[in-house]
Design a protein around this ligand. Structure first.
Ligand code: BG6
Length: 319
């Protein structure tokens, strides 16, 4: 695959502490010298674990998540592409819910670290970037038939002390334009859904899928989750963080800033839906997660033949 941002090799010879990266049983694991770690399954390039230096897990993964490639992984950060939900009368309408990216085996393209980017560092590396690729040649025949475009995706997962960055580059290598939607379906791990609020959505327009996809304006400055929630907040300023805070001392728990991802989906299945989703377990785990999903899903991105597009998010935790 042609890649403009091919990672350079990690430098050798330094006695400074280095991140460790391993590829084992179809998952890539990276740990920083300071103790932060990340795990990415090649199936879906799904981030399934992100731990801080204190060992605390920041992402929720269902106990019944399928990790064998038989279904998209229920938890972590599934990548949604090229369609959010399902579509009608569109080139993506034969694809399954949320597209094929979370349902396909990606390849590991390599790693790069801050050491290779900044040769003068004295303290060793404090970040590591893992790159994953998916292109039409790697898709199953069914997916290729359902969406016959020549494309390449490069998904970069960067772990640093600052947080976890995920960014996606979409390349159109064919001779026809195509349209796509994209979303990073992040399941954040929380202690208690009744004790969180979501900030910085006030006065924003959202489509509420729980209310027949009607359009509303957010009136609350700090949104509590008190029932099934499935909202697409639209046309946000991506540089303004969405902050998940705890009502215990009004403490920020997570902040999510975005680049070129101007929509944010807030999803929690609540009691009945959690029971109805076969791979969501335990039933009460809806209290332990909130999905804050950075995306471009309200309309379609058009990518001209030969062009590329890039978008991403930075999640900070333990603030
Ligand atoms: C959210 C959608 O992004 O994902 C919800 O807004 C959907 O409507 C949820 O229920 C989970 O989707 P899935 O396909 O992983 O069960």
């Amino acid at each position: 695959m042609d890649r403009s941002n091919k990672p350079s090799a990690i430098g050798v010879g330094a006695s400074l502490p280095q991140p460790t990266v391993s590829l084992h049983e179809n998952k890539v694991e990276a740990t920083l010298p300071t103790g932060e770690s990340v795990t990415v399954h090649l199936f879906g390039a799904t981030v399934t674990s992100w731990k801080l230096a204190n060992g605390r897990e920041q992402l929720f993964v269902s106990e019944k998540a399928h990790l064998d490639g038989s279904k998209p992984i229920r938890g972590g950060i599934p990548v949604v592409f090229p369609v959010f939900g399902t579509s009608q009368n569109h080139a993506t309408s034969s694809l399954p819910q949320h597209g094929f990216a979370r349902n396909s085996n990606w390849e590991f393209l390599g790693k790069s670290s801050s050491e290779s980017l900044n040769k003068d560092r004295k303290e060793g590396d404090d970040s590591v970037k893992l790159d994953f690729g998916l292109s039409h040649t790697l898709l199953s025949e069914d997916f290729r038939k359902a969406w016959p475009h020549e494309f390449a995706l490069v998904y970069s997962v960067t772990l640093s002390k600052e947080g976890l960055r995920t960014s996606l580059q979409v390349q159109n290598n064919g001779s026809q334009n195509f349209e796509f939607q994209v979303l990073m379906h992040t399941y954040l791990n929380i202690e208690d859904i009744s004790k969180i609020r979501i900030n910085n959505l006030e006065s924003k327009t959202y489509v509420d899928k729980v209310q027949n996809a009607t359009t509303h304006t957010e009136s609350q400055s700090a949104l509590p989750i008190v029932g099934e929630t499935d909202r697409i907040y639209q046309a946000l300023d991506p540089t303004v963080p969405i902050v998940v805070s705890s009502t215990d001392g009004n403490k920020p728990l997570f902040s999510v800033t975005r680049e070129a991802l101007n929509d944010v989906v807030v999803w929690n299945p609540w009691i009945e839906k959690a029971k109805a989703i076969a791979d969501f377990s335990p039933d009460e785990a809806y209290q332990k997660m909130i999905c804050v999903e950075a995306g471009s899903v309200a309309g379609w991105q058009t990518l001209e033949a030969g062009d590329s597009w890039e978008g991403g998010q930075l999640i900070r935790a333990g603030l």
